[in-house]
Write a protein that binds this ligand. Structure first.
Ligand code: CA
Ligand code: CA
Length: 124
C-alpha cells in the first residue's frame, strides 16, 4: 500500500509542476484524473481490508478458546463463561442446550462446530 501511495504522490507532484506552462484546464484535468485514481485506489484498498477484517472466526479456534481446561469438550460452565454468554445468559443456555445433541451436558467439537439447529416449520 505504501509503495502504491508513494507512486501516487509522485504523480501528484508532477501534475502540479508547472513545466512549459501547461494551460490551466489541462492542469486541472490532470489533478482531477489523479484524484479520481487516488479515490479508486482508496476504495479498492478499503474493500480489500474489509474482506480481511470480516469477523468470521474459525469454529475450531473458537472451540479451542472456549475449552478452558482443554479436555476436548466445552462444558456448560465454559460455555457460559464467554463474554457473549454473560451478556445474555438465557440465550446462551438455550443455544447450549440446542447444540448439545446427546444431552451429556457438554459440547464436543462436533456439536460445537455443527451449524446451529434450524427451526423446523412446525414451530411457527
Ligand atoms: Ca473443557
Ligand atoms: Ca454433548
Amino acid at each position: 500500500m505504501s509503495v502504491t501511495l508513494e507512486g501516487t504522490r509522485k504523480g501528484l507532484v508532477s501534475a502540479n509542476t508547472p513545466r512549459p506552462k501547461p494551460n490551466h484546464t489541462q492542469n486541472i484535468m490532470k489533478v482531477i484524473t489523479t484524484i479520481l485514481s487516488v479515490l479508486a485506489l482508496a476504495s479498492f484498498v478499503n474493500a480489500a481490508e474489509g474482506d480481511a477484517k470480516k469477523p468470521k472466526m474459525d469454529p475450531a479456534k473458537a472451540f479451542a478458546k472456549m475449552d478452558a481446561n482443554s479436555d476436548g469438550s466445552v462444558s456448560k460452565e465454559e460455555y457460559m463463561a464467554t463474554p457473549q454468554a454473560k451478556k445474555d445468559s438465557a440465550k446462551a443456555e438455550k443455544s447450549f442446550a440446542g447444540r448439545d445433541k446427546d444431552k451429556d451436558g457438554k459440547l464436543s467439537k462436533e456439536e460445537f462446530t455443527a451449524a446451529p439447529a434450524k427451526k423446523k416449520k412446525k414451530d411457527a
